[in-house]
Design a protein around this ligand. Sequence first.
Ligand code: ZN
Length: 205
Amino acid sequence: MLDDLKDNNRNWAAGKVAVDPGFFKRLEGQQAPKYLWIGCADSRVPANEIVGLDPGELFVHRNVANLAPPQDANYLSVLQFAVDVLKVEHILVVGHYGCGGVAAAVDGQRRGLVDHWLHPIREVHHDHRHELEEIGDDRARWDRLVELNVIRQVRNVASDVFVQDAWARGQKLAVHGWVYSLSNGLVNDLGVTVHGHAELDRLNP
Ligand code: ZN
């Protein structure tokens, strides 16, 4: 079963050891990533590959449409571990243009449980309906909603008590909002980085 994947795995592990014989031994000892990636589950957005980081260098949380819902125990557990234990210095909220989750949130079709999961995006859509309605092109409107969703999730992360407490005790931590482009493989930094409590107010998504 899945022999091709197992072959790939053996080749990958052998390749790593060929370049760096101590690679896995070192990682087995501990992980010390500087970055937490909160991204979409979309198969076209491979976190480590996009930013050229090896295993051990990026702590990753992915879900449909890269949400950071303040009541989601999975996301909160990842966030607390990353901030309190790993002491990451950067949290990257990374959306992607052409996100099917973002589109599904507002297309009016019913899909079941995921409609509840995507509810926060409908709120973002509603809050920005005037700006979005002025965008005539469907694709451009969709891409803007992707950006607005990322900015909202940056605000969610930055206003979370785990992050607030880290800043209060002087821990170095920044929250960034990026959008990845499937068409050219590049990330677009939305310029909404938050380094501390005082900067949170200017985020208004
Ligand atoms: Zn997506």
